[in-house]
Write a protein that binds this ligand. Structure first.
Ligand code: DC
Length: 227
């Protein structure tokens, strides 16, 4: 069991990662980026030649899980993502991965594997965990649940800026289309779709600065810690 869980869910670019990272840093909690884990496994699928999600590929994808290790390590003041002991923190942000991750994430066996791993990573820690199903499935007993949302154009602009900062080329309309596609796919899938937990606080970040987002969530956590 994790000790104190802040669960942050929401669509792509809604501000989850930046907020979760900032709140974790300031409170000394572990930052658990579950999207990075799904991305790492998607990278493995792509490297193994799985570029579609046809039935035949699904069977092989399931077998791949048995030989995969995904880890999040706190290093150099940030979180690094390891796939089979290789640092893939940058590679998992590539458009090929963004274009296939929703399909891979919809596979029930992949979700089961990831949820078990996420709970294991959080064991005994205070965590800020972000994703799509954290407040509903991974940690339904989380002490704080936040559901973040923002205007889709604002979200695309943020994603574009982030990619630029990593020196990764990206086309504005492709980024926007990918966000819309993933929102739809992630919300409409059968298994643990993206949705607000009944007891989550909704935070619309469209007009908020990063600092404001972090402060709002931090204040909610501190209030809960006092009670
Ligand atoms: O947070 P992100 O954009 O890096 O997530 C990438 C994809 O991973 C997202 O489109 C859907 C999937 N995902 C998921 O299905 N469940 C999670 N808890 C986190 C991410």
């Amino acid at each position: 069991m994790a000790r104190f869980v802040v669960a942050i869910d929401g669509g792509a670019g809604s501000g989850k990662s930046t907020t979760a990272k900032g709140v974790a840093e300031r409170l000394g909690f572990f930052y658990l980026d579950t999207g990075a884990m799904y991305r790492a496994f998607t990278l493995k699928c792509l490297r193994s030649g799985h570029k579609t999600h046809q039935k035949t590929d699904l069977q092989m994808i399931r077998r791949l899980l048995d030989t995969t290790s995904v880890d999040l390590r706190q290093e150099d003041g940030g979180i690094k993502v390891y796939l089979d002991n290789e640092d893939v923190s940058l590679a998992i942000r590539k458009p090929e991965v963004s274009g296939f991750v929703s399909q891979v994430s919809a596979i029930p066996e992949v979700r089961e594997w990831m949820v078990a791993k996420q709970r294991q990573i959080a064991e005994g820690k205070h965590v800020v965990c972000e994703g799509r199903d954290i407040g509903t499935v991974v940690f339904p007993d989380a002490q704080v649940k936040i559901f973040m949302k923002a205007d889709v154009h604002v979200r695309a602009a943020r994603r574009l800026k982030e990619l630029g900062e990593k020196n990764m080329e990206a086309d504005e309309s492709e980024v926007l289309e990918n966000i819309k596609f993933r929102d739809r796919y992630d919300s409409e899938r059968t298994h643990s779709p993206l949705k607000k937990a009944r007891d989550a606080v909704v935070l619309d970040t469209t007009d908020l600065t990063i600092e404001e987002e972090i402060n709002r969530v931090k204040a909610i956590v501190e209030e809960r810690l006092r009670t």
